[in-house]
Design a protein around this ligand. Structure first.
Ligand SMILES: [Fe+2]
Length: 259
């Protein structure tokens, strides 16, 4: 049995080791609770059993548990520059058996482990069973849906790890990144060069939704337009490209959700 209330209390206890006033920590706590809500929303939308809905929420609560240590140690969320926060997460939960504080029953351990480990990868690894794959997909969608909210609410400079907005506004998009986007491809982290490549790669998360509920939310909130409009693109070529990005993104989503 999953007792989400208990898990939430344990999570609050866990956070006592961290400076919740630190910006990065605070934002990840907010993100975590949003992801819990999205995971629940998706699981209900899929008409899953109560057990699976509670499990999806629990995975939402735990999926970024590695982020807090990452913030404390590096004050940087770029996994490439620091460490893989999903690997750190499963290490915290399973190597020291912390998972038992969150849930007494061990029968969901493999599902939780694999869902967390795969939540931030380019693709879900092969070899997952049906239940593991289902929950890996739910957490990936819930996480991505909330990413659009985060991108809208946070400062552009902070998200792109740049000191000045001017450099971002005058920036360009690398050809390969632009072409991948326009071909509805997910962008590989290591191929991003410029700050605007990062920006475009976040919008390309759209191509990675497993279920339509996350996409519907992104459209309801008008996040594609709002995210794109957050930056004043001063380079004429970039401005043109961003308009094409917008058009392609909107067409892609409308087609998928059947509008
Ligand atoms: Fe994460």
């Amino acid at each position: 049995m999953i007792d989400f209330e208990v898990a939430q209390k344990v999570f609050k206890e866990f956070l006592k080791d961290f400076d919740v006033e630190q910006d990065k920590v605070r934002l990840k706590i907010i993100h975590t609770y949003h992801v819990v809500d999205f995971a629940e929303y998706i699981a209900k939308d899929l008409k899953l059993s109560n057990e699976d809905i509670e499990l999806a929420k629990l995975i939402g609560l735990l999926h970024d548990i590695g982020r807090f240590d990452q913030a404390k140690r590096y004050n940087d969320f770029r996994d490439m520059n620091t460490l893989d926060h999903a690997e750190l997460g499963v290490k915290i939960l399973f190597e020291e058996n912390k998972i038992r504080d969150f849930i007494k029953d061990d029968k969901y351990d493999n599902i939780i482990y694999k869902a967390i480990l795969n939540h931030n990868k380019l693709k879900i690894e092969d070899g997952l069973n049906e239940k593991e794959l289902l929950h890996a997909k739910i957490i990936r969608d819930a996480d991505k849906a909330d990413n659009f909210r985060v991108k809208q609410e946070e400062k552009v400079e902070t998200m792109l790890y740049m000191e000045s907005l001017e450099k971002i506004e005058n920036g360009v998009i690398t050809d390969k990144i632009y072409e991948d986007f326009m071909n509805s491809k997910i962008i590989k982290n290591e191929e991003r060069v410029t700050p605007l490549d990062y920006w475009v790669s976040y919008i390309a998360f759209l191509y990675d939704f497993n279920f339509n509920s996350g996409l519907k939310y992104v459209m309801e909130q008008d996040y594609i337009n709002r995210n794109i409009d957050k930056i004043n693109y001063k380079n004429p070529e970039t401005r043109k490209r961003m308009e094409n990005v917008r058009q392609h993104a909107l067409e892609y989503v409308n087609k998928r959700i059947g509008k």
